[in-house]
Design a protein around this ligand. Structure first.
Ligand code: CP
Ligand code: NVA
Length: 342
């Protein structure tokens, strides 16, 4: 595989306010939900990338874009990055966040999810959910007139994958034709990465233990999207073969939230998938190491890799803020209200 050299990210040929991807996304996405990366077109994923880069470069231009908008975050699982990036994101654009801890009270238990949605839409402009069941998110979306955002479910973690590909664009200039390898559990993060890579025309390789491969329907969707964008999706079990010549090597925990009872069973199965210096040495010499965090140091990744100069894990974490701001701007129609676009 030809490897990628590090280069400056090219400025978009057109200014952000005239970019057809961004203008198309601003029109189509306003008022919509983000349950899955597959809800988006390739142009909308590109728009999120472009707006994310612009928000990062020019945060002050957006400081009143969402004045007085209310966001509720209802989380059934723990969070550092997702919660803080959404809260800081809306606060720095003039809006407000209300956090509801659902860790001891799963959504749908006290009253139906549909009834929760019919209440929330009367008070807030956007609903951000972190759940066990993906259906909780789609059910809330089906019953709410305001946008619903998936902040992680058992099937997908779209906000993570958007930030990750924004980080790859920063580092390599573009994700088109990039050799991106994911090693580990075929989980929520893996699913959203496959779909986002496909939307942006990357060559995605996924190596998992056979019993932990990604869901067949998401693989099929990602292959179909990749085909349209001249990208590729390869699945395998051999971590070394998957990493050979890769530009980016990504892993996640072997035991996701909700699967803690499987820890002992999973540990030996995932041992050959640990990203250590030996595995990283198979990748391109200019390869980056990526992880959504939190990491279980010494399990799926060693300190030597996650703390190495190749590691861009904290850039990924930072870009959660910028890309989630871009997402809120598009879903809440804030993009068109920004002063420089009037
Ligand atoms: N990567 C990620 O979503 O982190 P949190 O679980 O801390 O939100
Ligand atoms: N796959 C992990 C991601 C955490 C951000 C989990 O679901 O727990």
């Amino acid at each position: 595989m030809a490897s990628r050299t590090i280069m400056e990210r090219k400025e978009p040929a057109l200014s952000i306010e005239k970019d057809p991807d961004v203008l198309g996304a601003a029109t189509r996405m306003a008022g919509e939900d983000l349950c899955s990366i597959a809800d988006l077109s390739s142009g909308e994923v590109r728009a999120l990338m472009k707006l994310g880069h612009d928000v990062k470069r020019n945060p002050r231009e957006y400081s009143h874009a969402l004045d007085a908008r209310q966001m509720v975050l209802m989380f059934e699982k723990a969070s550092l990055r997702t919660r803080l990036a959404f809260e800081a994101g809306i606060n720095t654009m003039g809006g407000n966040a209300i956090f509801v801890d659902q860790t001891n009270s799963p959504l749908g238990e006290r009253e139906t999810i549909a009834d929760v949605a019919r209440n929330l839409e009367r008070w807030v402009d956007v609903i951000v959910l972190r759940t066990y069941a993906h259906d909780t998110i789609t059910e809330m979306a089906a019953n709410s007139r305001v946008p619903v955002v998936n902040a992680l479910s058992d099937v997908e973690h779209p906000c993570q994958a958007l930030a990750d590909f924004m980080t790859l664009e920063e580092h390599f200039g573009s994700a088109v034709g990039l050799n991106f390898t994911y090693v580990g559990d075929g989980n929520n993060v893996c699913h959203s990465l496959m779909l986002t890579g496909a939307q942006l025309g990357a060559n995605v390789t996924v190596a998992t233990p056979r019993a932990y491969s990604p869901k067949a329907e998401i693989v099929a969707a990602a292959r179909e999207i990749a085909g349209r964008n001249h990208g590729e999706l390869r699945l395998m079990q051999d971590a070394r073969a998957a990493v050979e010549g890769a530009d980016a090597v990504y892993t996640d925990v072997c035991v996701s939230m909700g699967f803690e009872h499987e820890s002992t069973k999973r540990a030996p199965i995932f041992r050959p998938y640990q990203v250590n210096e030996t595995l990283m040495s198979k990748a391109s010499p200019t390869a980056v190491f990526m992880h959504c965090l939190p990491a279980r140091r010494g399990e799926e990744v060693t300190d030597a890799v996650i703390d190495s100069p190749q590691s861009i894990v904290f850039d990924q974490a930072e870009n959660r803020l910028h890309v989630q701001k871009a997402l809120l701007l598009l879903l809440l129609g804030g993009f068109v209200n920004v002063e420089k676009f009037q």
